[in-house]
Design a protein around this ligand. Structure first.
Ligand code: NDP
Length: 248
């Protein structure tokens, strides 16, 4: 079940954290995975080496998803070289956490440029080869805070809520073309993004999580693999929440 042999997948932010777990799992399921990263070339090399050592096929490409022209160029190149693009995982994301009164314009601009515009640029470039193939999977990484809100995360939570609107609209626009579009909304997952939170905040999150622990990147990747698979062919416009019961 959930095999992806012969498929080509692009995972943005695919070389660290949740994205890396998604890349590893999709490759393990047989997909050829292209991992886009913004700047950390060392993490990118490590991710490629780990996938290849496990017998998978992967490559890393430097790509800032906030640069629409660069996104177009990379997706055209991938499609041409690898013969198509079957799966897009819009995972690249940043968080600039501030209370509303302290938020600066560049924090709003950068967050929306990466988290929202980046996902739209990638979806727009990917939808052409998917329409030609009359098949495709787009999976957007939202967040629990896109649905619940969270003090101190006004910009981030707004960007993650925007991804749910994007997911629902694209699901409706491209269902007739055989393309499904879904979201995965993680709770608190142990990655570099969350490592800087204070112990007090972490303890607060764990105590408000019914399963009583933080999540692991591979637990999010499992939901992404399902949505990427043929078995999820009748699922579109939905959000799978991987959050330990934090929001029910
Ligand atoms: P990390 O900070 O650990 O990793 C982020 C990845 O995204 C890196 O590979 C980074 O590349 C890449 N990236 C960031 N900006 C860009 C950009 N402009 N263009 C291309 N790549 C970029 O994040 P997580 O793994 O924790 O999070 C992954 C996704 O899951 C995000 O969308 C996040 O919002 C979401 N999420 C995470 C949660 C958590 O608890 N961790 C909870 C809910 C949602 P590089 O290595 O080059 O810097």
């Amino acid at each position: 079940m959930f095999r992806l042999d012969g498929k080509v997948a692009l995972v943005t932010g695919g070389t660290r954290g949740i994205g890396r777990s998604c890349s590893e799992l999709l490759a393990q399921a047989g997909a050829r995975v292209v991992m886009a990263y913004r700047g950390n070339a060392e993490a990118a090399q490590e991710a490629v080496a780990a996938i290849e050592a496990a017998g998978g096929q992967a490559e890393a490409v430097q790509l800032d998803v906030a640069d629409g022209a660069a996104v177009d160029a990379v997706i055209k190149d991938v499609t041409k070289r690898l013969g198509g693009l079957d799966i897009l995982v819009n995972n690249a994301g940043i968080a600039r956490d501030q209370l509303l009164l302290r938020v600066k314009q560049d924090e709003i601009d950068q967050t929306f440029a990466t988290n929202v515009a980046g996902a739209i640029y990638c979806a727009k470039a990917a939808i052409r080869p998917m329409m030609r193939a009359k098949a495709g999977r787009i999976i957007n990484l939202s967040s629990v805070v896109g649905e619940t809100g969270n003090p101190g995360q006004v910009v981030y939570s707004a960007s993650k809520a925007a991804l749910l609107g994007l997911t629902k609209t694209l699901a409706r626009e491209y269902a007739s073309r055989g393309i499904t579009v879904n979201a995965v909304a993680p709770g608190y997952i142990d990655t570099d993004m969350t490592s800087s939170l204070s112990d007090e905040i972490k303890e607060g999150i764990v105590s408000s999580t019914p399963l009583g622990r933080v999540g692991r990147p591979e637990e999010v990747a499992a939901a992404v693999l399902f949505l990427a698979s043929d078995e999820a062919g009748y699922v579109t416009g939905q959000t799978i929440r991987v959050n330990g019961g934090m929001y029910v």
